[in-house]
Design a protein around this ligand. Structure first.
Ligand SMILES: *[C@@H]1O[C@H](CO)[C@@H](O)[C@H](O)[C@H]1NC(C)=O
Ligand SMILES: *[C@@H]1O[C@H](CO)[C@@H](O)[C@H](O)[C@H]1NC(C)=O
Ligand SMILES: *[C@@H]1O[C@H](CO)[C@@H](O)[C@H](O)[C@H]1NC(C)=O
Ligand SMILES: *[C@@H]1O[C@H](CO)[C@@H](O)[C@H](O)[C@H]1NC(C)=O
Length: 379
């Protein structure tokens, strides 16, 4: 009898220990990276985000460029993508680099891990935090979608997360959010004044009756709604209430069908590709409008589109193709999008909430020319 009790007690102890261990490690995966070193606005009240869409990285030096002018072909490879990223980092000095999918063009990549390491290496060696989501091509080499995201999450300097730790079941890999805190030493130094959402927009439809690309599933939208609600409630929290909930920005790969609601009369930039969204409307645009905090959405996927247009209070923006092994248009420069959020200066010389969110693009020419400066939101 006594022995049985001892064994039972031992089992209970082991269970308790492993349960608490499991919950510690689950939250560690999700949040410690961000908490250790929260993103925050600079001393000058700015936060700059560099968006890199569609690097389509493969094997490096041996992978040729696509769609460049005949005189640019010789000696052009993935290494030109690397050089462009390095120059953008030095010039823009971003506080965060966001890679919006098709980071690798995996069907041409011999070894997915090698290609991912090479593709992100300028971000890693810059010591600047970076975040990535998956496109529709990232899983076509030696790693599955889950495997690619796991690899990314394990890399240095990244704030990417595999999935939200508090949610049991969610579609896709790489759904997470990041908070950007106020200036160090200011009233909002421990509060989020800008919220970033990252979602996996999928690869291809797995529904037999539906062709084409993937979409953001109800489980992901539920997580977004919950998270947005929670973040928006926090504006009243101590030590100092913000004037209003923090604005949000969403990053993913595949455009929503609503990107087709524009023409040159109401967007800034160009549209030279069809809008390759899923053939079903997931309702995510409506979900974001109802949530109320997201002011702009940033995607890639259609390399020859780089426009931003506003629909019912949300700007829908393409970045334009970045990578030299991605299809492009000869003579039309590869490009990247930059977002700059600026804080309001208070009368007492402190910093308030976000006052404006602006965007521009930089072209990969000698001067990294900035084009299409526009205000996405102001308060
Ligand atoms: C690619 O990089 C090489 C080596 O730096 C350079 O000479 C060439 O101009 C680049 N090509 C393009 C299209 O940027
Ligand atoms: C922010 O948190 C740190 C560490 O807990 C604390 O020392 C500081 O006073 C807090 N700042 C504000 C404005 O509440
Ligand atoms: C959303 O919140 C509800 C209510 O708090 C909870 O039951 C549910 O598990 C949450 N779902 C996700 C995906 O976050
Ligand atoms: C943009 O303008 C076109 C007409 O040129 C119109 O059909 C469309 O609804 C407008 N889109 C938005 C979002 O206002």
């Amino acid at each position: 009898m006594a022995n049985v009790h001892l064994v039972m007690a031992a089992v209970v102890v082991v269970l308790l220990v492993s349960l608490s261990f499991a919950s510690v490690s689950a939250s560690a995966i999700g949040t410690t990276k961000q908490q250790k070193q929260p993103l925050r606005f600079s001393k000058t009240g700015e936060f700059r985000i560099l968006q890199v869409a569609d690097m389509h990285y493969a094997d490096g030096k041996t992978t040729p460029c696509k769609n460049v002018l005949p005189q640019q072909s010789a000696g052009c490879s993935d290494l030109n993508t690397t050089a462009f990223l390095r120059r953008m980092i030095v010039t823009v000095k971003p506080h965060l680099i966001v890679f919006t999918g098709d980071n690798i063009y995996a069907s041409d990549a011999k070894d997915a891990a090698y290609s991912l390491n090479a593709a992100f290496s300028p971000a890693v060696s810059s010591n600047i935090p970076w975040a990535a989501v998956l496109g529709n091509h990232d899983q076509e080499s030696t790693l599955s979608r889950a495997g690619v995201m796991k690899h990314i999450v394990g890399m240095k300097q990244t704030l990417s997360q595999f999935n939200p730790p508090e949610v049991d079941k969610i579609d896709g890999f790489g759904n997470y959010n990041l908070e950007v805190h106020g200036v160090e030493g200011s009233a909002f130094e421990n509060k989020s004044v800008l919220n970033l959402y990252f979602l996996d927009s999928g690869d291809y439809s797995t529904v037999p009756s539906i062709d084409g690309y993937g979409w953001i599933k109800p489980s992901q939208q539920l997580w977004f709604q919950n998270t947005s609600k929670k973040l928006q409630r926090a504006y009243k929290n101590k030590p100092k209430a913000q004037k209003a909930p923090a604005p949000g920005l969403a990053y993913f790969h595949i455009p929503l069908p609503e990107f087709a609601n524009f023409d040159s009369s109401n967007f800034t930039g160009v549209k030279q590709d069809p809008i390759s969204s899923a053939s079903v409307n997931s309702g995510f645009f409506k979900t974001m409008v109802e949530a109320g905090d997201v002011k702009a959405v940033f995607v890639g996927h259609d390399h020859l589109n780089d426009f931003c247009g506003e629909l019912t209070g949300i700007h829908l923006c393409y970045a334009g193709g970045f990578g030299y092994h991605a299809y492009g248009k000869a003579g039309w420069d590869r490009r990247a999008r930059v977002v700059v959020a600026s804080l309001e200066k208070t009368e007492k010389g402190g910093w308030g909430g976000v006052k404006s969110i602006k965007t521009r693009k930089h072209l990969d020419n000698q001067l990294l020319t900035a084009v299409d400066v526009q205000v996405l939101w102001s308060h």
